[in-house]
Ligand binder design. Sequence first.
Ligand code: GZL
Length: 365
Amino acid sequence: MQRTTHRPHLLARSVAVALATAVALTATACAKSEDDASDKKQSASSAAGAEQKAVTPKPGSKTCTIDAYGAKKLDLKGATVGFSQSEKEANPFRIAETQSLKDEARKRGVKLLTANAQSQFSKQITDVQDLLAKGADLLVVAPLNSDGWDPVLQAAAAKKVPIVTIDRKINAEACKDYVSFIASDFVEQGRRAADQMIEATGGKGEVAILLGAAGNNVTTERTKGFKERVAEKAPGLKVVAEQTGDFAREKGQQVTEQLIQSNPGIKGVYAENDEMGLGAVAALKGAGKKAGDIKIVTVDGTRNAVQGIVDGWISGVVESNPRFGPLAFETLDTFTRGEPVAQDIIIEDGTYNADNAKQDIGKAF
Ligand code: GZL
């Protein structure tokens, strides 16, 4: 199987040090690239419960040091880390993400306080303030929204508590408001979803998009990547409808039921996460469709969605690996020891399709 990953570059010293924060813990996720569009043997990360692998930062990538940030060196082992989770843990992505932070804290013997905002942004703001009040020396935040963080950023800065953000981006200044941002390349995920949709539909016909929740970069970027790629590679494929399913299964089902009523000719549905994709499957089943009548492509890499490929209801799943624990703690450890960390740490993700779903389902979460 041909593996295509981001090519490592010659490392400048600072990037070499930044690389120290980009820990490759187990197997390489295999990223689909332009020149491998035809390679069907794409595989997701190649070890059950595979940890994240960070893409080598480009030479000259911006870094952050504790002095530049204005915080104090400390021994991570003796510190208290606060973790703010955004969405209720009904979504396997969130369950796996939180578990990854807990597992890594336990492995390192670090005290971890956790809070879950139950998908309510106002609660996430108060959660983080509570974690600060409880004495968190460092924060890891999985933001629900990209905006509205000023009260928290000011409170953390007043206490000189460094913040590492994971998954979604906050609109604030790196190495000032937060230390580092660790995430997938969501535009690339949208491109890969388009590749799978083009392959599944033959690149012609009408498709709909189940958009993620509003107000965060993941939805914006997954949509951008998909539309750009379709325009570039399959102008005969037309997006005739797009509506948010809020990253939720029930809403994904409701929206899909309406979509197939109002657009009886659609050939495909691009769901910007697996939960909505599984909701779309339920809608198609309820409408008496057969597996494969309407092609579904989703993003995340949950077990149920990959099983959907095996069962023929889903054509492809682009991985969005939620196991941020090791990279988040590696970044905190490097930073608190006074060494530079990359401001942006982008992870590699894999892809599931009909050729690898059965063999790779153990890597799903
Ligand atoms: C992506 C993450 C998204 C997941 C969804 O990194 O922000 O949020 O893809 C989740 O499942 O709701």
